[in-house]
Design a protein around this ligand. Structure first.
Ligand SMILES: Cc1ncc(COP(=O)(O)O)c(C=O)c1O
Length: 391
């Protein structure tokens, strides 16, 4: 594929997605993690086939048509990771999988480690299941966000049971390297923690970095790791609801099943399965064509941030930029509210990603360069105006 077409604003507004509808029409949305691009042709063909054949009965998807086999092959081909088809459990979404993991591997009141700032449903799922946040903030070392392992050792107590890992990391875009992940794994082994590794952004990694599945880091770490993955972020099909949990050992899967019987997680729709299988088996050329566009947008955001005085480290993966407006005058407002009211741009609020991030926002740059330019212009304008008013 040569290049990815971009959907015009009118098309986005005609569709019924949340990104372009939650806010009033004069607001440009750069928040929730959906992309403003058409899907891969193979994905569209798979969905169209179901519709054209009115194939709406209970699905029969064996072998290469099945989700489990497609996941196994995808992990081997993309990451050289050998996974067992019997230990793949389909789920409708990854937040469901997080909640299931929390319920299966901990009790109410137990501690669950998160590296903040973090994708808000991590925090929400821990709270909703009566577990406890064990917060280990990422540390800004001046050029990127890094894991603070000393702090992690200090905050883990005897009732901490689970280490939630998000890699590539939402919202900072860090793609953790082998040393970092192995160090995390060693902490989990030392404190007998189950690792729940959300790797949903693994397809969105820029040149120079490589995604390493947590479950591929050797027997000892793998045996305690549940990996969560789906095609929904890389291939822009979040609304189709489809993902997998992968259990790194038979023992872990048995423990899970004793608490969460198979049928409790429901089963997938035909469209969800076929779209995901098409994405994983045939979608790579589309993804290869998409990444350069995302990379240019990423770089544009970084240039803009430097110009306007916003603290920022360009993401190594994901199409999300974590912006820290802490050096700027925001007239006492949170960064998200300031930009919504004064720039008419909708971003994700930093405060939703953990305590202490009110002056940060997450920007989704998976849109056309033209829309991104308007978003940045509006934000820059609002920041300049307040700067002038203060002077
Ligand atoms: C890290 C992470 N996990 C999970 C999800 C949501 O996945 P799902 O829609 O399958 O619940 C997202 C969505 O952006 C995400 O960024």
């Amino acid at each position: 594929m040569d290049s990815i077409p971009v959907l015009p604003v009118e098309t986005m507004r005609v569709r019924r997605g949340i990104k372009w509808h939650r806010y009033p029409e004069d607001v440009l949305p750069a928040w929730v993690a959906d992309m403003d691009f058409p899907v891969a042709p193979a994905v569209q063909a798979a969905v169209s086939r179901v519709v054209e054949q009115m194939d709406y009965g209970y699905p029969w998807r064996e072998g290469a048509n099945g989700l489990e086999a497609a996941f196994v092959d995808r992990m081997r081909e993309r990451f050289g990771w050998a996974v067992e088809v019997e230990r793949v459990r389909p789920v409708t979404d990854l937040v469901q999988a997080i909640v299931a993991g929390l319920v299966a591997f901990s009790d109410p009141g137990d501690g669950v480690v998160v590296q903040t700032p973090i994708y808000p449903p991590f925090l929400g799922s821990i709270a909703a299941t009566g577990r406890r946040w064990v917060i280990n903030p990422l540390r800004d070392d001046g050029s990127r966000f890094v894991l603070d392992l000393d702090h992690l050792e200090a905050v883990i107590d005897e009732r901490t049971r689970i280490l939630l890992v998000c890699n590539p990391h939402n919202p900072t875009g860090r793609v953790f390297d082998r040393e970092e992940l192995e160090a995390l794994g060693r902490v989990a082994v030392a404190h007998d923690l189950v690792i729940v590794a959300d790797e949903i952004h693994c397809d969105l990694v820029y040149p120079g970095r490589r995604h390493l599945p947590m479950g591929s880091l050797g027997e000892e770490i793998a045996a305690r790791t549940v990996t969560l993955n789906s095609a929904t972020k890389g291939f822009n099909v979040a609304g189709l609801r489809c993902g997998v949990m992968y259990f790194g050992s038979e023992g872990l899967l048995d423990r899970f099943r004793r608490v969460v019987p198979d049928r409790l997680l429901g089963s997938l729709s035909s469209v969800a399965i076929d779209a995901t299988v098409a994405a994983w088996r045939e979608g790579q050329p589309w993804l290869d064509a998409l990444l350069p566009l995302l990379r240019r947008n990423r770089d544009r955001v970084a240039t803009w941030a430097a110009e306007v005085g916003v603290r920022h480290h360009p993401p190594e993966g994901t199409y999300l930029s974590w912006l820290d407006l802490g050096d700027l005058d925001l007239a006492g407002e949170s960064a998200q509210r300031f930009l919504l009211e004064r720039a008419r741009v909708a971003l994700n609020a930093g405060e939703d990603f953990g305590p202490g991030y009110e002056r940060c926002v997450r920007l989704n740059f998976a849109t056309s360069p033209e829309i991104l330019e308007q978003v940045l212009e509006r934000m820059g304008g609002a920041l300049r105006r307040i700067g002038e008013a203060v002077r």
